[in-house]
Design a protein around this ligand. Structure first.
Ligand code: FSX
Ligand code: SF4
Ligand code: F3S
Length: 436
């Protein structure tokens, strides 16, 4: 194939998308020419060249705001038009996408958007310069395409990794072009600007790392160091998280704020249980007891069927898949298996129940026992009268923006301390009965 571009949408059945296909493929040919001359279009110029309407682009920017309403500098802009202005000025980011031990579900989730336009748009906004599943080339041609993509964009490309890396026995269990996979990822990551691990397999080993993990499958951050790495777990993950991270990186020059597991907080700060549409049934004690029973058919809580929503950090309950409302595991009656949590999926039994310790976020209702027990009632009333709604709003705001972990820890600490105080306090003597 030659050149940096190894992507030919028309050759892949999943991308034969009808009338819009011709300009889509042409856009990549245009991109290839630009790269050969050392230039790379701005996103706005590229979209114009390929005939994408401003309306479609604005729709994509609106979707981005919904996907990442907080936690990104980019989407903190108030309107889709403002986001579009910033994104439009950025150069199309070069993306090199490598596959290791995976099922290709991460790629499928990106391409199988319900509206073909969305897949087109995502692949117009980024410049996918190498992707083994989508390219026509194979064998030596594919190897040459990878070398070329690296050379043309050295130090600037974003490396997206899909799948786990087999590290046991010097990586002998997976060879690519005659080299161990572990060597390939280290070479390609070495010249990347940043690395995105897409899916649970790339983030921490996922399915291939399930016991007894015969190949020693691990996540990207176990074999790469010295590069910014961000994990987007999910089996499969939501493609908008990828788009949001890539665009934040190219427009703002930095990766979003991450949690301790290197997941972007904008998508993984909350547990599923907090925003689950079945939560009212959980709170009311209405549970499906077996698949197909009355509770299951009525849409009751799936906790007793092994739902891992109470301990699983992900945004699935508010950002469904394929742009279709209700399309996510719990939405279709399947318990969450905790696919974004390293210690949950593939480590716990599918129908095993998880401990409930983060079930009562203070934003749903205030703690049962206040931690501010130092004020006497009279003083508290006075402070309350002065501070009024302002203080109350500030307290509520501070509680709302705690992470679920912080909120849960604070809540449990308050309850434990109350219980201890109650234990320490001598029991009041019951009033003596008087003989009348
Ligand atoms: Fe893993 Fe990707 Fe699970 Fe599959 O390819 S995250 S097995 S759904 O999708 O790597
Ligand atoms: Fe939803 Fe699962 Fe929580 Fe039930 S246990 S409310 S189904 S997340
Ligand atoms: Fe995974 Fe649970 Fe979401 S299984 S896709 S984290 S609902």
């Amino acid at each position: 194939m030659g050149g940096a571009l190894a992507f030919r949408a028309a050759t892949t059945p999943s991308l034969v998308l009808g009338s819009g296909e011709a300009p889509f493929v042409e856009s990549y040919i245009a991109g290839e020419t630009a790269m050969k001359t050392g230039e790379r279009d701005t996103i706005a110029a590229h979209l114009k060249k390929t005939g994408v309407s401003r309306r479609s682009f604005l729709q994509l920017c609106s979707t981005l705001i919904v996907a990442a309403p907080v936690g990104l500098s980019l989407t903190s802009k108030a309107t889709a038009a403002q986001v579009a202005r910033i994104v439009g000025k950025a150069r199309r980011p070069s993306v090199i996408w490598l596959h290791f031990q995976d099922c290709t579900g991460c790629t499928e989730t990106l391409l199988r958007t319900s509206a073909p336009d969305v897949a087109h748009l995502i692949l117009d906004v980024i410049s996918l310069d190498y992707h083994e599943t989508l390219m026509a080339a194979s064998g030596a041609q594919a190897e040459a395409a990878l070398r070329s993509a690296i050379a043309d964009n050295a130090g600037k490309y974003v490396l997206v990794v899909e799948g786990a890396i087999p590290a046991k026995d010097d990586g002998v269990y997976m060879q690519l072009g005659g080299k161990p996979a572990i060597q390939v990822i280290q070479e390609v990551a070495g010249q990347a600007a940043a690395v995105i691990a897409i899916g649970s397999c790339a983030s921490w080993g996922g399915v291939p790392s399930a016991d007894p993990n015969p190949t020693g499958a691990v996540g990207v951050d176990s074999v790469i160091s010295g590069k910014p790495i961000i994990n987007l777990p999910g089996c499969p993950p939501n493609p908008y998280n990828l788009l949001a991270v890539v665009l934040e990186y190219v427009t703002m020059g930095r990766l979003p704020e991450m949690d301790e597991f290197h997941r972007p907080k904008f998508a993984y700060d909350r547990v599923i249980h907090e925003n689950c549409p079945r939560r009212a049934h959980f709170d009311a004690g209405r549970f499906a007891a077996s698949f197909g029973d009355e509770g299951h058919r009525k849409g009751w809580c799936l906790y007793k069927l092994g739902c891992k929503g109470p301990v699983t950090h992900a945004a699935c309950s508010t950002r469904h898949f394929n742009e279709m409302p209700g399309v996510w595991p719990i939405g279709i009656g399947v318990p969450c298996i905790g696919c974004t949590e390293k210690g949950v999926v593939w480590q716990m039994g599918t129908f095993e129940t998880v401990p409930i310790h983060l079930a009562t976020p203070p934003e749903t209702y205030p703690p049962i026992y206040s931690t501010a027990g130092q004020l006497r009632v009279g003083a508290a009333a006075l402070v309350g009268a002065i501070a009024g709604a302002v203080g109350g709003a500030a307290w509520v705001a501070s509680q709302r923006f705690q992470s679920s972990t912080e909120a849960g820890v604070a809540r449990v600490a308050a309850d434990i301390s109350h219980a201890e105080k109650a234990k320490a306090k001598p029991a009041e003597k019951p009033a003596e009965k008087r003989e009348v």
